[in-house]
Design a protein. Sequence first.
Length: 237
Amino acid sequence: MQTSVREEVHVVREVLEGALPPEVATAAMFAALSRWEGGVPSSRQDVLDLCHGPLKEILLRRVGDLVTDELLNRLDRVLVHGDRTGTDIPLDIDIELDGEPSITITMPIVWREPVSVLIISGRSTFSARLEASLGAARLHTTLATSVHEIRRATFSEAPLLALVDCVSPPDVSEAELASALKDLPDQVLVVIWGEDEPCGEALAPHLLACNVESVTLARSEGIGPLLDLILSRYKEE
């Protein structure tokens, strides 16, 4: 059973996206949730604590003091007082990208239908964090914890991406998992999240033996590349 995401968590994402470029908002949201024990906040107070704890730390590093203060003021106004006035006004910000010069980003995004993503994992946490970071309008996830569930979801959900969570892998042998991935339709892109984790390293030779083509992402690279990959499936060209 997948973990449900509180409405207040979606409100946080919506406020961030009203002020920041979507790519920045989703990456900040996921990074903050990754620092939250238990996967996603389970109470309204938890959501406020998330904003003034992990999310604040992420924002300070990415967008600086002034923008962070304005965002936290907006979040408090919405979450505590239910007032959304002015929370959809974009902020002009300089974003410090790792290894790249500071740039100003103003990029409108036009969305397609929600992307169906099959999450192959031993826990619902990863799926819940992605849902909280991107929103149900953009992402539809199905959790599979066994080979049987992988095959069933392949036909019932028609996923565009099959995302293997090697951080919290399912209780399936690497050989069985590679075989199940080989049987996926050609249009399904296999993504290995955590190639630098023990499961990712053990899975690699089995994927090679089964001729399974995949996109491999290291956890050490951060969540950005994974979110970009998902967004690219429904972003207008």
